[in-house]
Design a protein around this ligand. Structure first.
Ligand code: UDP
Length: 459
């Protein structure tokens, strides 16, 4: 009997945690369906391939190979101006070497590229006869807002004016002006270019794979379908698909083992506030101070992720109030990083104080954990509005209200479930996520369609 040819997919993630994680999860899904996967990764932020032994890794080097990587020297690499950083990444990594790497792939049936790489990946792949699928790592509601940017600029909503922050954007309900997904940058035109290129790139692709699910974002997905006119595959939540991959090796530099086994296991069910603002967001020193006091004063157990460099102008914890660590005793734990999926799934966790990155949002929804929402930039504002006003699985705690009494009040009320019906809504939404992944669920069906779609490129 003739052996079935193994189909190969090349995946090209944007080199940031919030983009790399879902791409690796999608790689696992394809691998489970019999594809072999090559991850094409920039030399910038290159991951440890030994953590993902099922996949082949290839480095794509910037076009001035031989010189020191300009991105690692740039002041932007510390995350100060994401718009500048993404523009540089696009400039350095989507030109000649991409074509060489994809071309060398042999029997490749498609390139799956992060939407933010934009049009150039489609053009390069088309030239060498490879179809492209785009992967979108954020929600559909945010994408709708991005497609509306030209209209929002025309109507004067953008650039955002301080006097209009609480005004409803009638074209994009329930978003208010302050929820529009912008990023503070010294190059606002650069942001518009990146977003426009992302939307146009998606239109040129053979389809968009989305880490969301129909029951969560039905209307936004319909809107995206009509705007993009390409097949959409909302197969999320990616991380909940069953795969036959062995568990990832533990990262010994991180605090996972100690946190999960020693401290979290000793806490009462649903008693802990888990606090993390993701992999990129930064806060000011005074906000850090207020968070510390707010958590302390709530008298609730807390697990707080403070990434080194997350507090502007400091290295790690040096701006904590004097004697704080001794003072909190066993009430709280501060760490540099945790395994968030395991943490959210832990029975001791009762609430998640989050910056509302899309991965964090969807991971929290899947575990039925209510959220305290402090969006910092970009799609986080949109996600927070949907969490609070549409899905009703969280409460808002805006950055302009980061003051210890307010923090204590919001954190306590989310933990006390007082009246808002948060727990019921969280369980309902968690169940919807489970249903979409069941055999007849929407995400499972879209995954079958996605696999047939990708296989059809080869015929
Ligand atoms: N994450 C983690 N440990 C942490 C903080 C974050 O594992 O201490 C993971 C989290 O599970 C998520 C990703 O990092 O998958 C962050 O992505 P998200 O979209 O929430 O935010 P971003 O970092 O892109 O702002």
């Amino acid at each position: 009997m003739e052996e079935r040819k193994v189909k190969r997919i090349i995946m090209f993630p944007l080199p940031f945690t919030g983009h790399f994680n879902p791409m690796i999860e999608l790689a696992g899904i394809f691998h489970n369906r019999g594809f072999s996967v090559t991850i094409l990764h920039t030399s910038f932020n290159f991951p440890d391939p030994s953590r993902h032994p099922q996949f082949t890794f290839r480095t794509i080097t910037h076009k001035n190979e031989g010189e020191e990587d300009p991105l690692s020297q740039s002041e932007t690499s510390s995350g100060k101006d994401l718009v500048v950083l993404i523009s540089l990444l696009k400039q350095y990594y989507t030109e000649p070497s991409l074509a060489e790497e994809v071309g060398e792939g042999g029997t490749v049936c498609c390139l799956v590229s992060d939407a933010l790489w934009g049009r150039n990946t489609e053009i390069v792949a088309k030239e060498i006869g490879v179809c492209t699928m785009v992967m979108r790592t954020s929600g559909a509601a945010t994408f709708c807002a991005y497609t509306a940017f030209p209209l929002l600029i025309d109507k004067g909503y953008l650039p955002i004016q301080g006097s209009r922050l609480d005004e409803l954007v009638t074209e994009l309900p329930p978003l208010k002006v302050k929820d529009l997904p912008v990023i503070k940058t010294k190059e606002p035109e650069g942001l518009n270019r990146i977003l426009n290129d992302m939307v146009e790139g998606a239109k040129l692709s053979s389809g968009v794979v989305w880490n969301t699910f129909e029951d969560l974002e039905r209307h936004s997905l319909m809107d995206c379908r009509s705007k993009l006119q390409v097949p959409l595959f909302p197969i999320g939540p990616f991380h909940k698909h069953r795969t036959d991959l062995p568990p990832k090796p533990k990262n010994k530099d991180k605090d996972d083992d100690e946190i999960l086994t020693d401290w979290l296991n000793k806490q009462a069910p649903q008693s802990v506030v888990y606090v993390s603002f993701g992999s990129l967001a930064a806060i000011e020193e005074n906000e850090f101070f207020e968070i510390a006091w707010g958590l302390r004063n709530s008298e609730l157990p807390f697990l707080w992720v403070v990434r080194p460099g997350m507090v502007r102008g400091t290295e790690w914890l040096e701006s904590l109030p004097c004697g704080f660590l001794e003072n909190i005793g066993h009430q709280g734990k501060i760490v540099k990083w945790v395994n968030q999926l395991e943490t959210l799934a832990h029975p001791a966790v009762g609430a998640f104080w989050t910056h509302c990155g899309w991965n964090s949002t969807i991971e929290s929804i899947c575990e039925g954990v209510p959220m305290i929402c402090t969006p910092c930039f970009s799609d986080q504002h949109v996600n927070a509005r949907y969490i609070v006003d549409v899905w009703r699985v969280g409460m808002m705690l805006e950055r302009c209200k980061m003051e210890r009494t307010e923090i204590e009040k919001v954190v306590t009320s989310v933990m006390m479930e007082n009246g808002a019906g948060l727990t019921e809504m969280c369980l309902e939404l968690k169940e919807k996520a489970n249903v979409c992944l069941s055999e007849d669920g929407s995400s499972s069906k879209y995954l079958d369609k996605l696999v047939s779609h990708v296989l059809s490129f080869d015929s």
